[in-house]
Write a protein that binds this ligand. Structure first.
Ligand SMILES: NC(=O)c1ccc[n+]([C@@H]2O[C@H](COP(=O)([O-])OP(=O)(O)OC[C@H]3O[C@@H](n4cnc5c(N)ncnc54)[C@H](O)[C@@H]3O)[C@@H](O)[C@H]2O)c1
Length: 282
């Protein structure tokens, strides 16, 4: 599949992986519609520094708000060339960082919030984008026959901790495992209308999310312990290249791609009390 001339919605498009993916796609002749929560003035200042800035569009939105997502998709369709919407890369997500307590109940509020944004948000983004793609062909209320041509591709961002939930992850890892399940269910549902759905799981990427609260030293020690090779943080461009590979290869569907330098995490008490090793992880 050629991305040239096609438009893609990128949620969290002003973030590390979303931004790198948008730049990769635009360098190949695509249009990028960035969905993010930042104010338009801040977003546009940032986009103005990108090469081929005329191929970017911006929608300030909230990926967990159905009305805003639907309005943003309608607005995107009105800005891009007619019929060009071909998919999405869903990068917007949150990760909590809270001190430990001895009560699991203390994590309930975080659990609800993270599942809402990362899991329900993934379902909502996939649904809104799929409806927007489908609306370019037939009205949604009409039964869509099983098509033969490819009409779109969606990539959801999971995480290596969604593939193997490590010790000390009660919310984020669970939400990212849900992303794997949502990807499989949505790939099945959207197959008749010719839309592929895959996920990408990074390990540790250099980004504000990763650096928040001085967590980078802790995560570098995790990379030294668990990455086979290489051991530095992953550059956002490496994740973008993997995402674009899945988008361009029309045979890739219902697939979970780990981009993790051979991450092999052992969750054991042998190295000491995990609560003391990572008191601020969640
Ligand atoms: N960075 C990593 O090491 C890493 C590792 C594994 C998985 N991931 C996953 O990759 C994806 C992208 O991560 P990143 O490192 O680029 O993050 P990032 O923090 O750089 O970017 C996230 C972007 O999402 C936006 N956003 C957050 N909530 C939003 C909302 N409700 N509505 C709209 N926009 C919202 C933020 O404004 C930000 O621009 C996430 O799903 C993350 O969980 C990241």
């Amino acid at each position: 599949m050629k991305v040239e001339g096609k438009a893609f919605i990128i949620t969290g498009g002003l973030g590390s992986i979303g931004g790198a993916t948008a730049r990769n796609l635009v360098s190949k002749g695509a249009y990028a519609v960035l969905f993010d929560i930042l104010a338009p003035a801040d977003a546009e200042g940032k986009i103005a520094t990108f090469e081929r800035a005329d191929r970017y569009f911006y929608e300030q939105t909230d990926i967990i708000d159905r009305a805003k997502m639907e309005a943003s998709c309608r607005s995107a369709l009105s800005k891009i060339p007619k019929g060009s919407l071909f998919g999405a890369v869903h990068c917007a997500a949150i990760a909590p960082g809270k001190p430990w307590s001895n009560s699991l109940m203390d994590k309930l509020a975080d659990f609800e919030k993270v599942m809402h944004v990362n899991a329900t948000g993934t379902f909502l983004v996939d649904a809104a984008v799929a409806d927007a793609i489908n609306s370019q062909y037939l009205p949604l209320e009409v039964f869509h026959e099983r098509v033969t041509e490819e009409r779109g591709v969606i990539i959801n961002l999971s995480s290596i901790v969604g593939h193997e939930i490590p010790a000390r992850s009660l919310t984020y890892g669970v939400s990212k495992k849900a992303v794997l399940g949502i990807t499989e269910a949505v790939a099945d549902f959207l197959a008749p209308v010719g839309i592929r759905v895959n996920s990408v799981a990074p390990a540790l990427v250099l980004s504000p999310m990763m650096l928040a609260g001085g967590r980078d030293k802790f995560f570098q020690s995790q990379l030294d312990a668990y990455s086979m090779f290489p051991r530095p943080f992953t550059e956002p461009d490496e994740i973008a290249a993997a995402i674009v590979f899945l988008m361009k290869n029309s045979m890739m569907n219902n697939f979970h791609l780990k981009v993790d330098a051979g991450w092999k995490q052992l969750s054991s008490w042998a190295a000491g009390d995990p609560r003391k090793i990572s008191p601020l992880l969640e």
